[in-house]
Design a binder for this molecule. Structure first.
Ligand code: S3P
Length: 171
């Protein structure tokens, strides 16, 4: 019927600073779906900011919370899900998300990522050489991100344009 929606669930994956939250929110408006940002859910559920979780409990514990939240969001319907940058790295998370799919992977250059993240608190980028860290992590994660269904660059592009490209590719 005409009330049937072509897309009822979509996740946005990709590195920090590629625009997952911003684009995810706009995409959810465009598709008339709900919006969930998994990092925000983790913060709400734990009552802690992401950097505090890393500081108090370490990355391992954060990854456990993250996997638990991913299991929950795959049970939702009519939703656009913006993932944390590391959510699509572990094999079990990839399998879970791809089975629910589609997974849209956003990308941007290391310079753009640096510019978009430098004034924010990303525990993994708290280093003397954030650009170097960005490059190393991107390299380490590239084969994981390549497992997505749809790939869209957000580099130097306006969010409306990115959203339209995603919508076209989802069809
Ligand atoms: C992380 C990305 C962050 C957040 C945490 C770890 C990562 O999310 O989940 O700091 O491992 O790439 P954003 O991609 O929204 O910055």
């Amino acid at each position: 019927t005409s009330l049937e929606r072509p897309v009822r669930w979509v996740a946005l994956a990709g590195f920090m600073g590629t625009g997952k939250s911003r684009i995810g929110w706009e995409l959810s408006r465009r598709l008339a779906l709900h919006f969930v940002d998994t990092d925000k859910v983790i913060e709400r559920v734990t009552g802690l900011a992401i950097p505090q979780i890393f500081e108090l409990y370490g990355e391992e514990t954060f990854r456990e919370y993250e996997s638990e939240i991913l299991r929950r969001v795959t049970r939702l319907d009519l939703v656009v899900v913006s993932l944390g940058g590391g959510s699509f790295v572990k094999r079990e998370n990839q399998e879970l998300l791809l089975a629910r799919g589609p997974v849209v992977v956003l990308s941007a250059s290391p310079e753009t990522i640096y510019r978009r993240t430098r004034r924010s608190s990303r525990p993994l980028l708290k280093t003397e050489d954030p650009i170097g860290r960005i490059r190393t992590l991107l390299e380490a994660r590239s084969s994981a991100y390549a497992r997505g269904d749809i790939f869209v660059s957000t580099d130097g592009r306006d969010s409306a344009e990115v959203v339209e490209e995603i919508v076209e590719k989802l069809w």
